[in-house]
Design a protein around this ligand. Sequence first.
Ligand SMILES: *Cc1c(COP(=O)(O)O)cnc(C)c1O
Length: 632
Amino acid sequence: MYFLERVMAVPRLPEKLSRLEELSKNLWWSWNYHAQQMFKYIDPEMWYQEKRSPVRLLRRVRQTRLYELAEDKEFIKMYENTVKEFDKYMGGKDTWMEREHPDRKEQCIAYFCAEYGFHESFPIYSGGLGILAGDHLKTASDMGLNFVAVGLLYRNGYFEQRIDESGWQQNIYHSYEFEDFPVVPALDKAGDEVFVNIDFPGRKVWAKIWKAEIGRTSLYLLDTDIPQNEPEDRKITGTLYGGDRETRIQQEILLGIGGVRALRMLGYSPNAWHMNEGHAAFLSLERIRELVQKNSIEFSTASMIVKSGNVFTTHTPVPAGNDTFTLDMIDKYFRDFWSKMHADRDEFLNLGIEKPQGSGQHFSMTVLALRLSALANGVSKLHGRVSRNLWNHIYPDLPAVEVPITHVTNGVHIWTWLNPNLVELLDKYLPEGWHERVYEPEIWEGIDKIPESEIWELHMSLKSRARGFLQGRLKRQRMRLGETIEDLLEVEEALPEDVLTIGFARRFATYKRATLIFKDINRLKSIIANSERPVQFVFAGKAHPADDPGKELIRKLYEISRTPEFKSRVIIVENYDMNIARHLVSGVDIWLNTPRRPHEASGTSGEKAGMNGVLNFSVLDGWWVEGFNGEN
Ligand SMILES: *Cc1c(COP(=O)(O)O)cnc(C)c1O
């Protein structure tokens, strides 16, 4: 089997279909429904088997099928229309940037993040942060921003979640072939593959640079799993948020310092540098070093210059989300670096130390990012305020209201999260060309013209689709656990469409309180069993592999879902990903959100639900403080 895998012959595309490869490698398809339908037509069964990934599909489709398609008039029409749509998009001149800021369109924005969520078949994301970063890149492409992004390419991605028969989360890691991802090796001007190296204690670590295309936006990803490295170093980019503190600092050095070097080798000179969360904050150190060594500028001046071009977004007030390192660790990895910045140890440590004196000192990535950014923001109005208080001690001379942290409330990429059938309905009632003008409030007045019956009919059809999808998942889950025929048959009856369905899906971080709704369990029992207005729940979500309290929440939910009173009313599906998310946010009736205020910095899943006509039932935290208008 292994041997067969290795010699797997990649099918060759017939001349008439030569652009399929290019279409499969540009993640534009991940938000273009026509492109997805076209790829699915190639082999519907394989499409689902291969996680709806055009790249995986084209590597495995039968050669004879491709010859068939080249003669299939219906397919050729879909193909040609998709190519036309793609070319129009890629060449698009009528973008927000062209309309609003044509004078600034040459100015380049570099965007750094440790995770990106574009599609379920490209598992280099864990949760909200990554999905936001993916949505930012897609939106930057739509708006025509001059954007370039940097991240890491993880050989084992983020884990696949299985829930065992006791309800405990199992973390399954796969070793992916990058040929199955929508990436290609990045090439420099001479056409050669690009590698960067970084001095680690006693050795150099090399990274190969890969390129992913997201519409008009490019993302460069660093990968240490290459023969130039020692076996241990090949694992640095193994798993997202895996390993210990040392793995984490190595990954962050790679992302920040290696990322700047990669952009330089590729010829970029960004005007603004965006650190999406503190993981990327080391990028400033490399830029200071560049100025000191190449332009002979002194450390303090170089720091000011670097700061003036930096933007930082902080994403959570929860301590686990704010990386810190011991000073020993910083000494180990940076003792040769600070002299290259013409700084001494104290000057260097002062960039990231929270408290200037005393014991318990550590080096904080959030502090480093704040000290070296001209602009910093939280991700909702409330989170901006919370962050100003939380980080006030970094600015001891300022009252909290003057702490220079503002907010930009998180959003979502419409074409990724708005259900295509809903887009079709809106096409009927909104003005022509609304797709390009979604930022204009007037566009949305047309909403009121849609008859309620049409909205309801569509909602019920999406609910039915979600039901079918979830039943399929549940059946697979139960077969794997070797459950009885009776248990399997139960799935057929699960999630009846005439019962009010409440969805809850997100990471199982404890502050999100997935089990809060079960606090008064007897009251809940009487609510769900109400003979006239019954209620049911669907849950999904992964706990971080090291978060046992989070896994405990999953176990508790699982247990409840197997009790006689709840088993037909509480469903938990494993391996939450963007695919499950899309089905849930458009196919339940109510979206439940119960974080401990003010710990949910923004949250975005409720926005996805809202735009699909699903009602939010939420604690007034994060984005919902701004989203709730007293009536919705
Ligand atoms: C949107 C999304 C999230 C973020 O959900 P929150 O409720 O905002 O935490 C996490 N995971 C996936 C797969 C998502 O699609």
